[in-house]
Design a protein around this ligand. Structure first.
Ligand code: ACO
Length: 333
C-alpha cells in the first residue's frame, strides 16, 4: 500500500471531525463527498445550507447530507463564539462588536469550533491565501506548549527511491515562517521530526541544511544553522540530527562520508530542514517540478490543534489527502 493510501486507511479508523470553512467552493464540496463516502472523517461544512444543497445537486454528490452544516451568518451560537473570540483577543484591542462581525467569517468560526472541541481540525485554503487561513489559527488555536513557531512541512514522494526513506523525504519549513532565528529553526527541526514519525511512520534522520558543511564556509548564515543544530540536540538528545550540512552531503552517501565523516545521518537524511522560508519554498517547488516528485502538504506543525492550508491550485485529491493527514494529526494531539 502506498503512503497516501496508508494515511487514508489510518484516518478511517479514527473518529475525528474536520471543519471545512470553504464548503461552497466546488473542489472542496467534491472532496467532502469523497471523504464522507469513504468514511475518512466526519465533517462540518461552513456556508449557506441552501447553496451547499444546490451545489451538491448540480455536482450530483451523494454524501454531503451526512455532514453537519453550519451557516456562519445565522447560526444560534454566534454570541457564544463572539464571547470566546472577544476573551481571546480583547488584550489586543478587539471590541465585542468586532468579534461578533469576525465570527461570521468561516475561517474564524472554524478555529473557534476547534477551540470549543466541536471539531478536531480544519482544512482550508482552496479559496483563500495562506495568511488569511493562518492568522485566525495563530490568534485562536495558538502553538503547542514549548513551541513558539508554526511551520509547514512537505512530504516529498520521489520517483527515485535511492534518496531518503525509499524515496520519501520531509522538507520544512516551506510554507510559514520567513526568517527563523537559530532557536526557532531548532523548534522547526524538532516539530518536523515529530510529524515525520507521526504521519509518515518512519524514524527521522534530520539534516540541517546550509551552503556549508561543518564549517567549510564561514558566514553568520551557516553559524545560525550550526547553532540551531546544537539547540535541537539540547531539546531532544535522542534525535538523529546533524548540521550544518550541504544538501549533497545530506542525501548522497558517498558525499556525506567524505564531507562529514563520522556523522550519524550525513548521506542518509530523510528530513531536510532549510535555513529560511525562501530556500525551503523554492526547494520543494523545484523538486516537485524538475524531479516530478509528489509534494504532499504543507502539513502545518507546532499548532495546538491541526489546521492545514491548501494551495489555491489544489485538486480534489489534494483536499481529500490533506483531510486524511489532518485526522492523523488530530489522533496524535
Ligand atoms: N507561528 C506562530 N505564531 C505566529 C507565526 C508563526 N510562524 N507567525 C505569526 N504568528 C502570530 C504572531 O505571534 C501574532 O500573534 P498575536 O496577534 O497573538 O500577537 C499573529 O500571529 C500575527 O502576527 P504577525 O507578525 O502580524 O503576522 P502576520 O499576520 O503579518 O503574518 C503570516 C503571519 C501570514 C503567516 C506571515 O508570516 C506570512 O505571510 N508567511 C508566509 C506565508 C506564505 O506566503 N507562504 C508561502 C506560500 S505557501 C506555499 O507555497 C505552500
Amino acid at each position: 500500500m502506498d503512503l497516501l493510501e496508508a494515511i487514508k486507511e489510518k484516518a478511517k479508523i479514527e473518529d475525528k471531525c474536520i471543519v471545512l470553512p470553504e464548503s461552497t467552493e466546488e473542489r472542496t464540496l467534491k472532496a467532502a463527498d469523497i471523504i464522507l463516502g469513504e468514511g475518512i472523517a466526519n465533517l462540518i461544512l461552513l456556508g449557506d445550507p441552501s447553496k451547499i444543497e444546490q451545489l451538491s445537486k448540480e455536482l450530483k454528490l451523494h454524501y454531503t447530507d451526512k455532514a453537519t452544516i453550519i451557516d456562519p451568518i445565522t447560526h444560534e451560537k454566534k454570541d457564544h463564539y463572539a464571547d470566546m473570540l472577544y476573551d481571546l483577543r480583547k488584550h489586543k484591542g478587539l471590541s465585542r462588536d468586532e468579534a461578533l462581525k469576525l465570527v461570521e467569517d468561516p475561517l474564524y468560526l472554524a478555529t473557534l469550533l476547534i477551540k470549543d472541541k466541536v471539531a478536531d481540525g480544519e482544512v482550508a485554503g482552496a479559496d483563500n491565501a495562506t495568511g488569511n487561513v493562518l492568522r485566525p489559527a495563530f490568534q485562536v488555536i495558538k502553538t503547542l506548549p514549548g513551541i513558539s513557531v508554526v511551520s509547514g512541512a512537505f512530504i516529498m514522494i520521489l520517483k527515485d527511491q535511492t534518496f531518503g526513506e525509499e524515496g520519501i523525504l520531509v522538507f520544512a519549513d516551506c510554507a510559514v515562517h520567513p526568517d527563523p532565528t537559530a532557536s526557532e529553526l531548532a523548534e522547526i527541526a524538532v516539530s518536523t521530526a515529530k510529524s515525520t514519525k507521526a504521519i509518515v511512520g518512519i524514524e527521522p534522520r534530520v539534516a540541517m541544511l546550509s551552503f556549508s558543511t561543518k564549517g567549510s564556509a564561514k558566514h553568520s548564515m551557516c553559524e545560525k544553522v550550526a547553532e540551531a543544530t546544537k539547540i535541537a540536540i539540547e531539546k531532544q538528545p535522542n534525535l538523529l540530527i546533524d548540521g550544518e550540512l550541504q544538501a549533497d552531503a545530506a542525501i548522497v552517501e558517498s558525499i556525506g562520508k567524505s564531507k562529514a565523516p563520522g556523522s550519524s545521518i550525513a548521506g542518509k537524511a530523510n528530513v531536510l530542514i532549510f535555513p529560511d522560508l525562501g530556500s525551503g519554498n523554492i526547494a520543494y517547488k523545484l523538486v516537485q517540478r524538475l524531479a516530478g516528485a509528489e509534494a504532499v502538504g504543507p502539513v502545518l506543525q507546532g499548532m495546538a490543534a491541526p489546521i492545514n492550508d491548501l494551495s489555491r491550485g489544489c485538486s480534489v485529491d489534494d483536499i481529500v489527502n490533506l483531510v486524511a493527514i489532518t485526522v492523523n494529526q488530530a489522533a496524535q494531539v
